[in-house]
Each structure stands twice: as C-alpha cells, then as structure tokens.
Ligand binder design. Sequence first.
Ligand code: C2E
Ligand code: CA
Ligand code: CA
Length: 522
Amino acid sequence: MRRIKTRIAILYGVGLLAVLLPIGAAVLLAEYRSFEQQKDRANRLASEILHRTHRVTEQMAAVFQELNATQGANPCSDANLDLMRKLVVKSNLLIDVGYVENNQMRCSSFGRNEYRVGPPSYRGDGGYDVRAQLEHPLLPGSRLVMSTDPKTGFSTLIHQGAVLEVAPADSRLTYGLVGVRSKSAIVSHGAFDPLWLANIGGTYETTFFDGNRIISWKRSDRYDLAVYVAIPRSEIDHDSGRAMLVLVPVGIGAGLVLALVVAQLVRLQRTLSTALRDALKNDEFFLAYQPIVDLASGRWVGAEALLRWRNVNGVMVSPDVFIPEAERSHLIERVTERVVQLLVQDAADLLRERPDFHIAINLSAQDFGNADLPERLRGACAHMRVHPRSLHIEATERVFLDVGQTRKTVAALRAQGHVVSIDDFGTGYSSLSYLTEFELDCLKIDKCFVSTIGTQAVTRNVIGHIIEMAKSLQLRMIAEGVETQEQATYLREHGVEFAQGWLYAKAMDIRQLVQELNTAET
Ligand code: C2E
Ligand code: CA
Ligand code: CA
C-alpha cells in the first residue's frame, strides 16, 4: 500500500511540476523577450537619432560654407539677408540663419530685429560655439540649438526636435546627443548622466544593461558626436507584463495539458486496483475448471480452478493482467478469499459425492505469508464436509523464494492433508534447492516445455531432465498445456502420470464439469 502511495505522491509531484514549469518558463520567456525587444528598440532609436544628426550637421556645414564665402562684406547687408532667407527655405531642418555679435543676434532670415542670445553653453569640438535650449523671440516656447562660427559670427538655428523627435513625448525614455570629448549633452530628452559614457570606451556602438536601464550608444564616425538612448527598467517590466498576458495563459494551458496527462496516468494506476476492489464488492468473479486427466486411463481425476473476471462492461479481463495487479496492490489475499468462497459454493456437492476427485486452487506468495491460511482452508473443507486432500494447492516457484513463514505454511497445509504442487516449474527462479528444501507432493511441468515435444527447439531436451529430476525427488507430475496426441504419448511413455490441456478440455463452468463427469461414468 505504501509503495502505491509513494508512486501516486511522485505522480502528483510530477503533475505539480508539469503545471509550474511551463508557467515559470512562460514568465522567463516573457522577461527575456521584452528585454531583447527593448534592447532592439534602444538600438533603433539611437541609429535614427544619429542618422538625423548627420543630416543636420551636413546641412549646417553647407550653410556655413555659403555664408562664410560672403566674409568681408557687411554681414547684415540686404544681399546677405536675402541669402539667409534662401538658405532657410532650401533647408528642411534649419529654423533660422543669422549673424551674432557680442552675444546679440544682429540680423537673421527674419530681418534686422536684434535680440540677446547670451554666452555660448560651450565650445563644440567642431570649433563652433553652441548655445543649447535657446528660445527664439519670434517662436515662443521653442527650444533651439544655435551653432555659431566664432570666426565669422554666422550662426545656424535648428529645432531640437529635428534630431530628437523620435519617440512619443510622454515616453519615459532618455535620449540625446553628446559631445564625446566634452562629455556634455548637446541636446537631450530627459536628464543625461555622464556616468553612462564611462562604458563606451573606444567602441562605436554598444548596448548594455546597468541594472536599472538599457543604454545604447552610437558614436558618429564623422563628427565628435555620440547618441545615447536609455530605457528604464519600468519600461521593460511593463512590456514583459504585456507579454506575460499572452505567454502565461499559454504556459498555464500547456501546464494543464501536462497535468491532465499525469492525472490520467494516476487514474490508470488507480483504476485497475480500484476496479479490482469494486469487482470484489460487486461479485464480478467466477471460477472456471479445467480437468486434470490420468494419462494412462484418460480418466478425469481432478480439476484446476481458474479465476475469471467479467468486468462491469462485460469485458473479460485476463488473470495474467489482474492477478499481478492484485499482488502489486496487496489485494491478492482478498482475491484468494473470494476464490475459496466461490469454490465452496460451486464444488461442495461434487467433492462430497466424489471423494477421489480433487480441485486445485492457485495461491500467491502473499497468501503463504499469512499464518491463518491453513486454518482458513481447513474451515472451508469442514464447511463443505470434505477431506482436505480434496483440495489441492498450486504455488509458483516464486512462492518458495521466501523460506521463513512459507515453509511453515506449506508444512502445515501438507500436515492437514492438502496436496501441494509447484506450478510453472522451470520458468522462473528454477533451482533444485527449492525442491529439496520444501517437502512437496507434485510438480507441474509448464506448458512451454510441453510445447517443445516433437519439435526442433533448442530447449526440447529440458523436459526430459525435469521429468528425471521429479522422479528422483519422488514428486508426482502433471504436464500442463497438452495440446497434441504426440505430446500425450511422449509424456505417458516417460512416466508422467497426469496431464491438463486443450487436447482434453478447456476450462469450463462447474455445471458442465459435473455433467461431463456424470456422462463419463455411464
Ligand atoms: P496457470 O496456473 O499456469 O494456469 C494455466 C493456464 O494455462 C490457464 O490460463 C489456462 O487457461 C491455460 N491453459 C490450459 N490448457 C492450455 C493449453 O492446452 N494450451 C494453452 N496454450 N494454455 C492452456 P489462465 O486461466 O489465463 O490463467 C493464467 C494464470 O493466471 C494461471 O496460470 C495462474 O498463474 C493465474 N491464475 C489463474 N487463476 C488464479 C487464481 O485463482 N489465483 C491465483 N493466485 N492465480 C491465478
Ligand atoms: Ca496453476
Ligand atoms: Ca502453470
């Protein structure tokens, strides 16, 4: 019982794992996927920003080239203002082009309205003075970046968004453009942390996770510029949460399917033993009797009781299936008890009327471990009012592996008058020592040896040895599974007294057995 419980406990454990593992895998997969997706996103954004930066820088360079060519003339001449306007119209990125002197915008494509631009934020590595976050007086709220050539005073103004408008305004991402050598942000969405730069070293591209955010760097191969994009952890978690919404149900589904399979296994494990229990309660068993024949005279001297199970669905279940299961689930003693009950019901009259006729029942190893067995069988015989010698007992070799209680039980059964046979001899743990250690009456030669008679099978000589051995131990012999006349003749000629097999009769119900016995007499 404990073994079955452990097995079921293990199956339940496996079932639980079957549910949890796919869910765990789904969660990990969701996190991994969203991490990879966000890394990808950071990379793409950085590439986009760098691409725009290059375009802006190229346009600015072209503008400076044209404006600087006018050097020497009045920077705010009508012709120059005209040129400035043309340059702004031509460019899709420049907001304004103008001339700065003493931190004052003197003139621009908007005309000669002067306004203060303040001192530069820093001197860029391209040699330009940069004023970041500048508000144009004609464009309130604007955030412009102004680059000024310090030698000529000519300046370009671009919208910060021309480079940075790559993500939704409300996004929690931080990104921007940084001067590599100055390590300061030129334009930035969200606060830039110079520590992020520490990792980039000499590489032109890198993406890493600093524990809190994914940071992607791309450095320009043309200018002293680098782009960074930082995606915070909350964004990754948010994303993996969304992925989990899809993947976890899939994981749960897979888990449930696996659990169902395991549950089905548990059920199968249990159904046979449960069905056996129910069969015992619901009277689904009956006995069939196969005659044992005296080889010399052809007379039926006894019969072997073979258990039959027709289950609730009317299906016959083979004893080769349910007997081993009954032994495994420790139900065999109850099965044997039922065999004895059925025998008492069926055969009391027959055995009482024919004291020279016997019926053999099959017992399992566990039956012999029960010290009450001889008493139970004595009681059954008393109830039938027959001598115990009318009840024979068959036990397979396996029974004789345990010499302790089994030896005592066998001795007690024989002392009581039962005839004890060793069944299926030679098929299992065959060893002569079993035969010498136990006092036995009879040996049943297994049908697998009988079937070799008259054939070329390599084992065809074994039966001869078994017969000789039985003779030397003074055991009587019953040959099982006799199907041909040739086998019967061989057995008789070699001194085997009894036989059982389809040559004579298949197992039959008790009424038929009685009928056959009666007809044989008349
Ligand atoms: P077993 O004790 O060796 O029983 C003989 C088996 O050989 C029976 O199968 C029988 O139907 C079959 N048989 C008889 N004559 C022939 C023949 O000429 N040719 C062939 N090929 N087979 C023949 P069955 O009834 O299916 O029983 C199978 C096994 O189940 C039995 O083998 C026995 O070990 C076990 N068994 C049957 N009834 C009981 C029982 O009440 N208690 C226990 N513990 N085991 C039983
Ligand atoms: Ca048997
Ligand atoms: Ca047998």
